[in-house]
Ligand binder design. Structure first.
Ligand code: ZN
Length: 133
């Protein structure tokens, strides 16, 4: 397996209008997508080989809406791109790390994604993503 790379940093926002600060810095929105399974509308802005992913909740029951309610807007998760998500999930589970998704679910860009429990990452919510091309 190759080493994971930083795919994106997810930022919880009340509205995708929050992209303005990043656009003022010269970044552009490359991709907007609603991910029903996660209850979010996402906007991706590429920055070098990585991306910022702005996450706007699609409704009050969205996990991101609950995150904003509890902790306010801000950094929500970091995402590592991996080449075999199933192997990583099996290894993490075997090592006793808590997972939110024990199997991969559909994410943005047609990727297969899974979240680890923040308790496993010292309060950092870690997403794994495997690209499908
Ligand atoms: Zn993400």
């Amino acid at each position: 397996m190759n080493k994971p790379v930083l795919d994106h940093i997810g930022i919880a926002v009340k509205s995708l209008d929050s992209a303005k600060i990043y656009e003022a810095l010269g970044l552009t929105i490359d991709h907007v997508e609603v991910v029903e399974t996660q209850g979010v509308k996402t906007a991706f802005l590429s920055i070098g080989d990585s991306n910022l992913e702005l996450l706007e909740p699609t409704g009050p029951d969205s996990p991101v809406a609950k995150f904003i309610e509890k902790r306010g807007e801000g950094i929500h998760h970091i995402c590592f791109r991996v080449d075999d998500i199933d192997v990583h999930l099996a290894q993490l589970k075997e090592k006793g790390f808590r997972l939110i998704n024990e199997t991969a679910v559909p994410g943005a860009h047609g990727c297969r994604v899974a979240f680890l429990h923040p308790a496993a990452g010292n309060g950092v919510l870690i997403e794994l993503s495997e690209k499908h091309e």
